[in-house]
Design a binder for this molecule. Structure first.
Ligand code: PLP
Length: 393
């Protein structure tokens, strides 16, 4: 029996095609793939089966006609922007975007003659005024990092389309489980799959999804700029995606309970969570996010950096890890991680102080998280001291 002859059997799980290149029987077969779009693969940087299967699954989740997998969330943002703009074009960006996206726009693309301006997307009058100048693309995040302001995607899409501008939504914090921007008028969606989508912190990947005619341009951009994700990453992400709904539902329920719990604890100055009535976008979130409020929350400790360091050293059950969407709860410190290179004045303007912590809530039992938080907040002593819990050198 040949190793690839499975007889009548088929694998239940889509196999990993860990190959960089494919073989073809002759030139005619090659031409049919290149020129007529016949099924088949040639070179992994252009397309490969694991990326295609993953993309099809994400397109279904995002209500998209097409999706293209990229090697990271940043390569997805890069591909989406490059596919839309030419030198001389103008991009409008939310002033609450992920720091690296802002760097891409203001330091990298500016070198190629693409102009970028910032706007407060929570102020629609200001967006409308800014769109009076010809603009190719508006970029927003569904839930902003870290203070979870919510973009009114349907209203922004209307404004953009009135001015002949495309709306690109980074849906990383929401995932299609909470919100599907294309159903609300967005033109393009990007996700960092590294986070909740793949969900196990062992994959770096991204995706661009859309319904319009940009698919071929995007595929070409991904191939030429070398932005494709590898087969094993795609295979892992597909496995993670199968449990997205279950993971997300439990993590969101945990986050909602923790937000209320944290707000009652001594030493906590404020809690930022769109599920709480004092959040400025509480009503909008209720309307847009199908009654869910996400798995991310922030809380501010009394005592600034010192208080944060004390918390991080004590709360050994909640790893300090500058990412999000892991299986278990992790904590990050926006002022020194995601917003490290944002000016102190801008951080102050946004409300990102030295005492602010961002929690990515996981789907472990709620009591386990509150127990770890109590130790971190010095409300209870740990059964293991921080020193004992540290890995031996
Ligand atoms: C909202 C958002 N978009 C994009 C990215 C970039 O994703 P990646 O790290 O997979 O490149 C991140 C990373 O943290 C993010 O938070």
């Amino acid at each position: 029996m040949k190793p690839d002859d499975l007889g009548v059997s088929k694998p239940l799980v889509f196999p990993l095609y860990q190959t960089a290149v494919f073989t073809l029987p002759d030139l005619d077969a090659l031409d049919r793939i290149y020129d007529e779009g016949a099924p088949g693969y040639i070179y992994g940087r252009d397309a490969h089966p694991n990326a295609e299967v993953l993309a099809a699954e994400i397109a279904r989740l995002e209500s998209a006609r097409w999706a293209v997998v990229c090697g990271s969330g940043m390569s997805a943002v890069t591909a989406a922007v490059l596919a839309c703009v030419q030198s001389g074009d103008r991009i409008l960006a939310s002033n609450r975007l992920y720091g690296r996206t802002l760097t891409l726009l203001f330091q990298e693309l500016s070198r190629f003659g693409v102009e970028a301006s910032l706007v407060d997307v929570c102020d629609q009058d200001s967006v409308a005024r800014t769109l009076e100048r010809p603009t190719r693309l508006l970029i927003v995040e569904t839930l902003s990092n870290p203070l979870l302001r919510v973009a009114d995607v349907p209203a922004l899409a209307q404004l953009c389309h009135r001015h002949g501008c495309r709306l690109l939504v980074d849906n990383t914090f929401a995932t299609p489980e909470l919100f599907r921007p294309l159903e609300h008028g967005a033109d393009l969606v990007v996700e960092s799959l590294t986070k909740l989508m793949a969900g196990h912190s062992d994959v770096t990947l991204g995706v661009v999804c859309g319904n319009d005619d940009l698919e071929q341009t995007l595929r070409q951009t991904v191939s030429i700029w070398g932005l494709m994700g590898g087969p094993f990453e795609c295979w892992l992400a597909q496995r993670g995606l199968a449990t997205l709904s279950l993971r997300c539902r439990t993590a969101c329920a945990n986050a909602a309970a923790l937000a209320d719990w944290l707000a009652e604890q001594p030493g906590v100055l404020r809690v930022v969570y769109p599920g709480r009535s004092e959040h400025p976008d509480h009503a909008l979130t209720k309307r847009l996010l199908h009654g869910q409020f996400g798995n991310m929350l922030c809380f501010e400790l009394d005592g600034g950096r010192e208080a944060v360091n004390r918390f991080l050293r004590r709360a050994v059950g909640i790893p300090f890890s500058p990412s999000l969407g892991h299986t278990g709860t992790t904590v990050s410190h926006p002022a020194t991680t995601s917003h490290r290179y944002v000016s102190p004045a801008e951080r102050r303007r946004q409300g990102i102080g030295d005492g602010l912590l961002r929690l990515s809530v996981g789907f472990e039992p709620l009591e386990q998280i509150t127990a770890a938080l109590k130790v971190g907040l010095d409300l209870e002593t740990s059964r293991t001291t921080p020193q004992e819990a540290e890995p031996s050198a």
